[in-house]
Design a protein around this ligand. Structure first.
Ligand SMILES: [Fe+2]
Length: 315
């Protein structure tokens, strides 16, 4: 029987995100807050208790959509540790005797400090799930376009070209227009795998597998439009892949742009959803999506003082 333990990828939502690492006082290995479960104790409960014991931090918001298990040999037995994502705004750390150094590091620093590959993979997966902005680099719009064009049919590329151009205009104020455009180029890459409602998830997985994890979340969020439906068929699967509760300006730009391109043509939201209803049949999903898009458009116009359709030369 494996000994059971649980812990957190404990992070602060700064730019970039900061992750808490603890150095073991005995052997010097750097790890995350975690420890053995007490008899009858739940995994989240144990992770919260251990985090408090090891760091003095009590204000943790656990997110159990993110759950990763690692197994390793320890003292002649096997140890199984389950990690969850845990957000905190606390900064101050009060160490126990078990550790001699606590540091809030960015993703690169965290990955460099951790020796074990399986634990590094947990942190990297958590950063993708949580949409750490540090992952939003390395791919120019031109490279993203080439990546898409090498995998999907021409009509998808034509549609995506309009989405990418519009997303760039909408996301101009986001501070990272190259990211917005490159991620927009990849939003429908899941169409290379499937044309059904799994395409957002397949796109997400494909972009991660291609080594550009920071560009994967918009594959999901263009579909949910930042308002995931807890009753939707893919909710659980998508929530496990990526944090659907957060939706930033870059994702909004891509989701809105996608809602304004019927194939390669720029159209109003109403025209787009009429087109979709003609192609797939009317559905509560489409109605819900249209309502969300109207809200996104209104939010964008209120925040920027711009007329969205005028900005994009629609009508
Ligand atoms: Fe699209």
């Amino acid at each position: 029987m494996a000994t059971l333990a649980s812990g957190f990828v404990l992070f602060r939502r700064e730019t970039p995100f900061r992750y808490l690492t603890l150095r073991n006082a005995r052997h010097g290995d750097v790890g995350l807050p975690k420890g053995h479960l007490e008899p009858g104790e739940g995994e989240i409960e144990g992770a919260i208790r251990e985090t408090e014991e090891e760091t003095g931090i009590t204000a943790v918001r656990p997110n159990d959509w993110f759950r990763r298990k690692i197994l390793y040999r320890s003292g002649g037995g096997t140890k199984e540790v389950t990690y969850f994502a845990g957000e905190t705004s606390a900064r101050e750390v009060r160490l126990s005797k078990e550790h001699d150094l606590a540091e809030w590091r960015d993703l690169d620093g965290t990955l460099a400090a951790i020796r074990h590959g399986n634990l590094r993979a947990v942190v990297r997966d958590a950063a993708i799930f949580l949409k750490d902005p540090i992952l939003r680099r390395g791919l120019s719009p031109r490279e993203a376009k080439a990546l898409l064009a090498s995998r999907v049919a021409e009509n998808v590329v034509a549609h995506t070209a309009e989405v990418a151009a519009m997303a760039r205009l909408i996301g101009e104020g986001s501070g990272n227009p190259d990211y917005v455009e490159a991620a927009a180029w990849l939003h429908d890459i899941g169409r290379a795998v499937t044309h059904d409602d799994r395409h957002p998830l397949e796109g997400f997985r494909l972009v991660v597998a291609l080594g550009h994890p920071g560009y994967a979340p918009p594959c999901l969020s263009h579909y949910t439009k930042g308002d995931p439906d807890p009753k939707g068929p893919r909710y659980r699967e998508m929530s496990e892949a990526c944090d659907l509760e957060t939706f930033d300006e870059a994702e909004r730009a891509i989701a809105l742009a996608d809602a304004l391109a019927a194939g390669p043509r720029r159209v109003t939201l109403e025209e787009r959803y009429e087109d979709l209803a003609r192609r797939y049949g009317p559905s509560p999903f489409l109605e819900r999506n249209l309502a969300i898009c109207r809200r996104l458009k209104a939010d964008f116009e209120a925040q920027t003082g711009k007329d969205l359709y005028a900005l994009l030369a629609i009508r």
